[in-house]
Design a protein around this ligand. Structure first.
Ligand SMILES: O=C[C@H](O)[C@H](O)[C@H](O)COP(=O)(O)O
Length: 261
């Protein structure tokens, strides 16, 4: 591993490197989006190229589809795959029940559909994303462009009735224009600070006309792998109730970094 990688990238890499060990020949694998998931795609690409691992990837964004093709992973769409063995993705926050906030990179809709259509979801993360209560990270909500201001007002009205610490909302921008998701929608970020009941909030949001999906992933994640900059990894399996400590040997992974700009 090159010395110039930041400690946070080393931590993300360690988690990603461990997660791809769960991928086996013949699997259909959901490929998440974001900087942590990008490490996973690179690690998986290396297994495809070096070991001849035979898998099919289902990307959760156009960015991930481009990267997967670049590193040699065959990709298909979800409707062709129908059902997946495993999805590996990053997250913006996770709590003790492995409930998540996702969508910081704008890919929450495809990510939630793909993860839900998978036998198993593994989240890869560095330690900074673990929280007691979800909500410090702004909760992304994908809304259709038609009438988005009305939808935002309805969201704000609904927030009065739920137990959160903040209620400010912002339209996500790309430069001076509204951010556009892969599905052609906008994102409203909810600055809630602390969400007392994520399950209730997720359901309330999705009942609002104009809301396509929200970034709360409840009961979807099966395992989180937390990486450290020294190669330490912790695997928490919510179904088995197990916590396992291991270590990744960075020295074995030189090839992956040859591809990185
Ligand atoms: O929309 C983006 C995704 O939900 C990402 O997985 C999430 O934002 C985490 O991204 P990163 O690994 O870059 O922190």
């Amino acid at each position: 591993m090159p010395a110039e990688l930041s400690p946070i990238d080393k931590a993300k890499f360690a988690a990603a490197r461990r997660a791809v060990d769960f991928v086996e020949n013949g699997m259909k694998v959901g490929l998440g989006t974001g900087s942590t998931a990008a490490w996973m795609v690179r690690c998986l690409g290396e297994r495809v190229r070096e070991e001849g691992l035979r898998i099919t990837g289902v990307p959760t964004s156009s960015r991930t589809a481009d990267l997967a093709r670049q590193v040699g992973i065959p990709v298909i769409g979800l409707d062709e795959a129908k059902w997946l063995d495993l999805t590996i993705d990053g997250a913006d926050e996770f709590d003790g029940e492995l409930n998540l906030i996702k969508g910081g990179g704008g890919a929450l809709l495809q990510e939630k559909i793909v993860a839900t259509a998978s036998d198993r979801m593994i989240v890869i993360s560095d330690a900074s994303k673990e929280v007691v209560n979800l909500g410090a990270f702004p909760l992304p909500v994908e809304v259709v462009p038609f009438g988005w201001q009305t939808t935002r007002a309805l969201i704000e009205e609904m927030l009065i009735s739920v137990d959160v610490l903040g209620r400010q909302t912002t339209l996500r921008l790309s430069g001076s224009q509204p951010y556009i998701t892969d599905e052609g929608n906008h994102i409203v970020d909810l600055h809630l600070n602390r969400i007392a009941n994520p399950r209730q909030l997720a359901m309330a949001l999705n009942q609002i006309p104009g809301v396509v999906e929200n970034g709360l992933f409840i009961d979807i994640c099966d395992m989180v792998i937390i990486g450290g900059p020294d190669g330490a990894v912790e695997l928490r399996d919510i179904n088995e109730g197990t916590v396992t400590q291991e270590r990744i040997d960075f020295a074995e992974d030189g090839n992956i970094f040859a591809d990185i700009d």
